[in-house]
Design a protein around this ligand. Structure first.
Ligand code: 5GP
Ligand code: MN
Ligand code: MN
Length: 322
């Protein structure tokens, strides 16, 4: 059932014990919006905790509440009035749905591919980040914005908007960020913490760039990592940004082989709808950033995604776009 922003605030206000979760392989928005909402709810006197079914990258330790993020335990389920799923539909939350026995489920997300089929769904694709929706919600509740809330919400805003550079950045995003700065956020502290990379990761970026391939007549660029290479490279998040900038490239893709038969695909575009490609394979995302999982061998996955991307590019250029 689709609910409005004020109904979403009312659902939160009427619950006392609230568990918050977000997608696996959590990014700055998943973590920032979860912790931001946790701080908001705690300031209202509620019992709120964050459970994420994955490791949390250490760069996010700059955020207040990082240390108390828990993992779901199916053997020791948690009772709650409300489970809130952020920054994804309920499908990418791992064991959380099994490990939390909640009376109600609320899904808050900004992905255009979210079908709004949760018990309560508030989906706002015009917001750059789920954290931007958390900011909107804060103004619907009797909350005094503090530095902890502001740092977490800012991190979600900044990371999902490419530090206010991507096309999803609006004047509302900027106004929200301005208010967060007025409440103690130091942008340099957050960006410097998030930029930190181990020496080996910087070396891996070098190797990944060496491996980059152009296809679709130079309109697409990809980095394709087999199981051995994926296992060796610990952090691959920054690879796609490196090839997204290549002149003439409409779509950038990174394929990782989690294990033989399970390949993760990330795509970025400069306007072409990559979420439509991801949806063909059961994934989703946004027009310019989307992903999916291909249950096939490395070679087959590489061939499949390259064909789908090439076809989307051909259709795009046939429509007269350049
Ligand atoms: P990334 O490439 O950073 O993993 O994901 C890009 C965008 O697509 C993110 O907004 C992410 O939430 C979404 N996305 C990535 N993988 C999937 C997937 O398997 N399913 C869905 N529904 N969305 C995805
Ligand atoms: Mn996310
Ligand atoms: Mn997001």
């Amino acid at each position: 059932m689709i609910v409005t922003l004020s109904e979403t605030a009312a659902i939160l206000a009427s619950a006392q014990r609230i568990v918050i979760t977000a997608h696996q392989n959590p990014d700055g928005d998943a973590i920032g919006s979860s912790l931001g909402l946790m701080h908001i709810l705690r300031s209202l006197g509620k019992e709120a905790l964050v459970l994420l079914d994955d490791d949390i990258p250490a760069i996010f330790s700059v955020l207040p509440g990082y240390d108390i993020i828990g993992r779901p335990e199916v053997e020791r389920p948690v009772e709650a009035d409300l489970l809130v799923v952020l920054d994804t539909a309920t499908d990418r939350t791992g064991d959380v749905l099994k490990a939390v026995h909640a009376e109600h489920l609320l899904n808050i997300d900004h992905h255009q591919t979210n079908d709004g089929s949760a018990e309560y769904s508030y989906i706002a694709p015009t917001r750059a980040a789920t954290a931007e929706i958390i900011y909107d919600l804060m103004h619907e509740l009797p909350v005094h914005l503090d530095k902890a809330m502001a740092m977490c919400i800012y991190t979600g805003l900044a990371t999902d908007s490419g530090f206010f550079r991507f096309s999803n950045t609006t004047s509302h995003t900027m106004r929200a960020a301005a208010e967060l700065l007025d409440h103690g956020v130091e942008p340099n502290v957050i960006s410097e913490a998030l930029e930190q990379k181990p020496y080996q990761t910087v070396r891996d970026i070098g190797e990944a760039i060496e491996r980059a391939e152009l296809f679709a007549d130079g309109h697409a660029a990809g980095i394709f990592l087999d199981a051995e290479t994926t296992a060796r490279m610990k952090s691959t998040e920054s690879f796609i940004g490196m090839i997204r900038v290549i002149e003439g490239v409409d779509i950038a893709v990174v394929l990782k082989t989690k294990e033989e038969g399970i390949c993760r695909v990330s795509m970025r575009s400069k306007g072409l709808d990559v979420s439509a490609i991801a949806v063909q394979f059961g994934g989703g995302g946004h027009t310019r950033a989307a992903g999916c999982t291909l249950l096939m061998s490395f070679e087959e996955a590489k061939r499949t995604i390259c064909e789908a991307i090439s076809q989307a590019i051909r259709a795009y250029h046939c429509q007269g776009a350049k």
